[in-house]
Design a binder for this molecule. Structure first.
Ligand SMILES: *Cc1c(COP(=O)(O)O)cnc(C)c1O
Length: 446
């Protein structure tokens, strides 16, 4: 047949090549990960963990095994969610920027609910069902996590209760309907459903709420009904990042098809789950390569890792110390980069990036000098203008959070042009912006 050599614009692996194990970076970290701790006063938060979390997830949280098998049932769920997701070469964007850089983006925007969060939601619900639970509870801020969990409960036959920060709940009626179509019960938080919620709601029926309040409601509901109900968390924790490594492990196989490998790895970072999921297999390559060990992908290069954040919540520029993961101080203390667990953060459209702390794993790697960070102005004009350049060249609309990843990739490509360097830039697009269009309109005016 004709011997036409087409340029690859997209690379994907087959359904039967979806990675069968998650990568747990903990044993490869440059020093032991500081464990979660109890605060000096009050009841033990650590002792409460088994009442709050799925047993298998708690085991994974502490595991020092380098690889953990993905059960067949979860692999089937990943297939149903449309995995694997392709890696694209951003050829039009490269041309528009007139850059010598090669730019590649991972398409987590093909998620059925709009974000990468389905990857861990499916895993957590699979284990919850197996352990005999009938219902899961959670909090949500921007709404992506609540939708992902509602989706995962629909596929695994569980019930779902979502406590949603009222200030966001009230302006996203479409996303609420989406969660309800998937079968979830959704409450604006603070709600009259829990004792803690009632204490605030009874005084102010329009209380705007906060992530901390919503977490407290979700935990109270789960702990009071612990015979058949369990709580699920969408970011920050070790097991959540490990579930997300499916993103980076797929990406490594796809880079092999392109016969390329990144010099720069970029994603946006709120609590760290999409950045971690994308970057950790590459961080593993670096850590193993430095020690002269065989690497995951077979490559070893000094990679530059960039976490894109907002100046509204630049947690990686905070202090590296023990802090609570929630406003209400119900969780154990985690060693992480934090702005303080009761810090005030200006509202932004990329609401999923507005969290006070960064995952302990990524915090340690930043402390050791492996991860760089950039924080964009909170008016988001620069970030959304770059996302607009992306959609006008590549055709995909990033989520407001993912726009930060796009902006950082564009900035690196511009630097490559200035320096005349043909670097390979890999960036993750954690979700689509179909439900964030009003955010783009508000910021860009069109
Ligand atoms: C939640 C979310 C984020 C931020 O959370 P991480 O845990 O840091 O990934 C980023 N992008 C999208 C689309 C999200 O839904």
């Amino acid at each position: 047949m004709a011997n036409v050599k087409r340029q690859l614009r997209q690379a994907n692996i087959g359904v039967n090549e979806i990675p069968e194990r998650w990568y747990n970076i903990i044993p490869d970290l440059p020093e032991p990960l500081p464990p979660p701790m109890d605060p000096p006063k009050g009841e033990s938060r650590l002792a409460n963990l088994p009442k709050m979390l799925v047993k298998e997830c708690l085991g994974q949280e502490m595991s020092t095994a380098q690889w953990i098998d993905i059960p067949d049932g979860i692999q089937e769920l990943f297939q149903k969610a449309g995995r694997p997701r392709p890696l694209f070469r951003a050829t039009n964007l490269e041309k528009a920027l007139d850059t010598p850089a090669r730019m590649y983006y991972k398409s987590e925007f093909f998620s059925p609910t709009g974000s990468h969060k389905v990857n861990t939601a499916l895993a957590q619900c699979y284990y919850a069902k197996k352990e005999g639970y009938r219902r899961v509870t959670t909090e949500t801020g921007a709404g992506q996590w609540g939708t992902a969990l509602a989706y995962a409960t629909a596929l695994t036959g569980l019930k779902c209760t979502v406590y949603w920060v009222r200030a966001v709940h009230d302006w996203k009626p479409d996303r609420k309907s989406y969660m309800e179509l998937l079968g979830a019960e959704v409450y604006a938080s603070p709600s009259p459903k829990t004792e803690f919620g009632k204490s605030l709601y009874s005084k102010d029926k329009k209380h705007p709420g906060s992530l901390g309040i919503a977490i407290t409601e979700g935990l109270e509901d789960a702990i009071k009904n612990s015979s058949d109900t369990v709580y699920c968390l969408g970011s920050v924790l070790n097991h959540v990042l490990m579930h997300q490594t499916i993103i980076g492990l797929e990406t490594q196989k796809q880079f092999a098809l392109f016969d390329d490998y990144p010099d720069v790895v970029i994603s946006c970072l709120g609590g760290g789950s999409n950045f971690g999921g994308f970057a950790i297999p590459f961080l593993g390559d670096v850590l193993m390569g430095e020690k002269g060990k065989p690497t995951i992908s077979g490559n070893y290069k000094k990679i530059k890792f960039i976490a894109a954040q907002s100046q509204s919540a630049p947690n990686l520029q905070g202090e590296y110390k023990y802090d609570f993961a929630d406003h209400g101080e119900m969780t154990p203390l985690l060693k992480m980069y934090t702005l303080g667990h009761q810090a005030k953060m200006a509202p932004i459209k990329g609401d999923g990036l507005r969290y006070h702390g960064a995952s302990p794993i990524l915090s340690l790697l930043r402390y050791k000098g492996y991860i760089d960070t950039v924080a964009y102005p909170a008016d988001e004009k620069d970030v959304f203008a770059k996302a607009k350049l992306f959609i006008q060249n590549e055709g995909f609309l990033p989520a407001a959070e993912s726009a930060y990843s796009v902006a950082a990739a564009i900035d690196e490509a511009i630097k490559c042009k200035e320096e005349g360097k043909a670097k390979t830039i890999a960036f993750n697009i954690s979700g689509h912006g179909f439900m964030d269009i009003s955010g783009y309109r508000d910021v860009l005016g069109s």
